[in-house]
Write a protein that binds this ligand. Structure first.
Ligand code: AMP
Length: 228
């Protein structure tokens, strides 16, 4: 199964990816996480993208396409993968199509802009594990510290309010056109596009996504027994 989560920064793609990954045993391909790891390791790629990311702009299509092409050839992706944060532009989507990667599902997680700003500006991260907290919605037990390790939490540099607004604008301009792009793909090659509301608890959103994916698993299963 090849799946892609689409949604504005703060819609909950990363959180939902973890749920889907565990249940369906797919490899998660999160381009944001890959770039942040490159920055932490201070690789040439990390040095190139740091300022762009801190300012909330998009990294160039060439860099991103190369990164993902290499990643999805790794053995763990052979059994299926979940794209989180890629494609973000039409040229990136085209590049994926040219690789003959058929996406079974595009799931858009939809959240109004004002709620995204509330979520992102209160978000705090434990850098070592990627655990995510929120000052109001999911505070750590001790202020500013990770629940498990007791290490300090940080705010992502691109989670300042000005940068958040910039990232949301870029999403509407450059990534939202993918919705129509994939609606057309749905007609052409059966890629299914579905939208779920990203409001409510993490578990409520998870169950909305799971019920969509369970329906497909059932279809596949009945197709298989029919063909037997
Ligand atoms: P994310 O964690 O998905 O919100 O990504 C954080 C940042 O990484 C984005 O604001 C971009 O600067 C960069 N980035 C991640 N994925 C892509 C992509 N597919 N195309 C361009 N830039 C990306």
């Amino acid at each position: 199964m090849h799946l892609m989560l689409l949604g504005c920064p703060g819609a909950g793609k990363g959180t939902q990816s973890k749920f889907i990954q565990e249940k369906f045993h797919l490899s998660q391909v999160s381009t944001g996480d890959m770039l942040r790891a490159a920055i932490r390791a201070n690789t040439p790629l990390g040095q190139k993208v740091k300022v762009i990311m801190d300012e909330g702009r998009l990294v160039s299509d060439d860099i991103m396409i190369q990164l993902v092409k290499t990643r999805i050839k790794e053995p763990d992706c052979a059994k299926g993968f979940l794209l989180d944060g890629f494609p973000r532009t039409i040229p990136q989507a085209e590049a994926l199509r040219e690789q003959d990667i058929h996406l079974d599902y595009i799931i858009e997680i939809n959240v109004p802009d004002e709620e995204l700003i509330r979520r992102l500006s209160g978000r705090r991260i434990h850098p070592g594990s990627g655990r995510v907290y929120h000052l109001l919605y999911h505070p750590p037990k001790a202020e500013g510290l990770d629940d498990i390790t007791g290490e300090p939490l940080v705010q992502r540099p691109d989670d300042s309010e000005e940068t958040i607004r910039q990232r949301i604008t870029i999403y509407h301009q450059q990534t939202e056109p993918l919705i129509n792009y994939y609606k057309q793909q749905q007609e052409l090659n059966g890629t299914k596009y579905r939208r779920v509301s990203g409001l409510g608890t993490e578990e409520e959103v998870r169950d909305r996504i799971f019920s969509i994916l369970a329906a497909t698993a059932r279809e596949k299963e009945s197709g298989r027994s029919f063909n037997r």
